[in-house]
Design a protein around this ligand. Structure first.
Ligand SMILES: [Ca+2]
Ligand SMILES: [Ca+2]
Length: 428
């Protein structure tokens, strides 16, 4: 706050180390000291004096999903480091519109002599413009890690320049390995039926999506992005095939969620894969799932959705003619509560029929027929010209039969065969 006097400024070639460039952070109020509204806080995020790394205030994330968002402007082809000091497990990520460009979920390292930890992510920005810096509480599947409270303070976003070390966090920049992945040649054959198999930003996206539609530039398998499949996301595409010919649908997947791939025709399921394991491919946690099916019509609906409670990421879905065996179609039984575990009223029980824990083939309950004539009846819907199998595991002699109005369509009275290593018998 007083003057000085300057004289004799020279500029010469030099070979020694660089001086501190004294960059300033692009983030406003990264230490949460000023309630200026640059951070949009939601779901239990609030500043508090109970803890702080720097200054007198820090950001407290009171509940899972607590979130702070700030919009910043970043420039194309520049490298940036986003860094925060944290306690507990949070996700830091950088988004533009509905696409994620960088993410760090709970990957931290120690700060000397402190309860706080370093959490950082480095990113090269492909397009100039406004980006959302998102900090959110996320236990990553381990709620116990949050018991000490979840705090964030002294966040910074620095522009990196080649050869100059970062002023916070680790000593070197860690940009994602962007080595391209070579798909198996068989997946690149002519006749591949999926349009936009790699979920790129085509002018006609080709996939029809309901629910959350978001993409990630982080670790894409093919080209520059992959698609998130959240528990509420359903992506479908209509394909035209040769009726009765065999095809294989393959999708590559990563992430904690569970991708279901389903083939159907006007609502009738042809096949699906919800429960099959991923086959790893030796590239991060990417793996693939297949569904092999026989096309029931010339048009089939391909659907991708998620029956888990976490998101997954999908890329490179291909559909090609195939000559190997069918995969498990994962049919579900038309009977409700066929294992008598749920007292839901779908079975009308009479004349001494009751569920009991004294015996069970499956689960904890079975149906006990206490007297001759004990009976259980369930009404189901079945379709013309289709073949069905009704099957039960039984002990003792029962009649299974199928009726419509006063007419019997199928019957088996006491004709059973053994179940290996069991007192129960098959009756079908
Ligand atoms: Ca602070
Ligand atoms: Ca892609």
């Amino acid at each position: 706050d007083s003057e000085c006097v300057v004289d004799f400024c020279t500029l010469l070639p030099f070979s020694g180390p660089l001086t501190d460039p004294e960059y300033s952070s692009i983030l406003a109020d990264g230490s949460f000291e000023v309630d200026s509204g640059v951070w949009a806080l939601s779901d239990g995020a609030e500043t508090s004096t109970s803890e702080s790394f720097d200054g007198t205030l820090a950001l407290r994330f009171a509940e899972e999903g607590s979130k702070a968002v700030q919009i910043v402007s970043m420039s194309r082809d520049e490298v940036y480091r986003l860094h925060c000091y944290v306690q507990g497990n949070i996700r830091v990520s950088i988004w533009r519109d509905s696409t994620m460009y960088a993410e760090n979920l709970g990957d931290t390292f120690d700060v000397a002599n402190s309860d706080w930890k370093n959490q950082e992510v480095d990113v090269e920005i492909p397009v100039s413009g406004d980006y959302q810096i998102v900090l959110e509480r996320d236990d990553g599947g381990d709620p116990g890690g949050q018991s000490g409270g979840v705090w964030v303070d002294a966040c910074s976003l620095y522009l990196a320049t080649d050869g100059i070390p970062p002023s916070v966090g680790s000593d070197t920049y860690n940009l994602p390995d962007i080595a391209p992945w070579d798909p198996p040649a068989e997946l690149l054959e002519p006749g591949q039926e999926i349009r936009n198999p790699s979920f790129e930003a085509w002018s006609n996206f080709r996939w029809i999506v309901s629910g959350d539609l978001k993409f990630t530039h982080v670790d894409p398998l093919i080209d520059i992005r992959s698609m998130f499949v959240y528990p509420n996301t359903v992506a479908t595409q209509l394909v035209y095939l040769e009726q009765n010919e065999r095809y294989r649908l393959r999708c590559y997947v990563r992430g904690p969620g569970s991708l279901t791939m389903e083939i159907s025709h006007q609502g009738d399921r042809v096949s699906k894969n919800s429960f099959g394991a991923l086959t790893p491919i030796g590239r991060g946690d990417w793996g693939y799932k297949d569904v092999v099916f026989d096309a029931t019509k010339i048009s089939q609906d391909i659907s991708l959705y998620n029956i888990g409670d976490s998101e997954c990421v999908v890329d490179f879905c291909t559909l090609l003619p195939f000559s190997g065996p069918l995969t498990d179609p994962e049919y579900s039984s038309i009977l409700a509560d066929g294992s008598f575990e749920v007292d839901s009223g779908v079975w009308a029980l009479s004349d001494g029929a009751e569920t009991s824990t004294s015996e069970s083939f499956d689960g904890t309950l079975a149906l006990r027929f206490a007297e001759e004539g004990s009976k259980a009846v369930q009404i189901v819907s079945m379709s013309r010209d289709e073949v069905y199998r009704l099957h039960c595991y039984v002990q003792g002699n029962i009649r299974v039969s199928i009726w419509r109005d006063s007419t019997m369509y199928a019957e088996n009275l006491g004709d059973t065969f053994d179940v290996a290593n069991s007192d129960w018998k098959n009756q079908e």
